[in-house]
Design a protein around this ligand. Structure first.
Ligand code: ZN
Length: 126
């Protein structure tokens, strides 16, 4: 992979990283709003309050899930940026063969070539 290609993927990864950071900030803000609402304590009706609480909990779980998934993706993106610096970007971490360019276009933070990836998925399924 030449320098121009590497620069291209680096830009792609940095853009994706920024996007993720913004999403995570948004989730954190939503989380804080929920906490403030709960702290202000609306005790108008017991049943009503219970229903509210259920919805809030579900919202929070969903946000937590997104935060985790984004966090993992962010980790992979950071690792990939490190590999760009080290000059090992675009190589499969399992068999060391170059990862297909089309695959990198779709998933710039891919760690494995498509062969190793499908092997890994088969292992996880069984
Ligand atoms: Zn491989």
């Amino acid at each position: 992979m030449n320098k121009k290609d590497t620069e291209y993927f680096k830009k792609l990864l940095l853009d994706k990283r920024r996007e993720l950071m913004e999403q995570m900030d948004f989730i954190k803000e939503a989380e804080m709003e929920t906490t403030v609402k709960e702290a202000s304590g609306d005790h108008s009706s017991y049943a009503f309050h219970m229903a509210d609480q259920g919805t809030d909990t579900m919202e929070r779980e969903k946000n937590f899930y997104y935060a985790q998934r984004d966090g993992r993706l962010l980790y992979h993106i950071d690792q990939t940026l490190e590999r760009i610096e080290k000059g090992t970007f675009g190589l499969c971490q399992s068999c060391n063969n170059p990862i297909d360019r089309k695959r990198l276009m779709a998933v710039p933070h891919a760690r494995l070539c498509i062969q190793c990836k499908s092997k890994e998925e088969r292992v996880n399924e069984s």
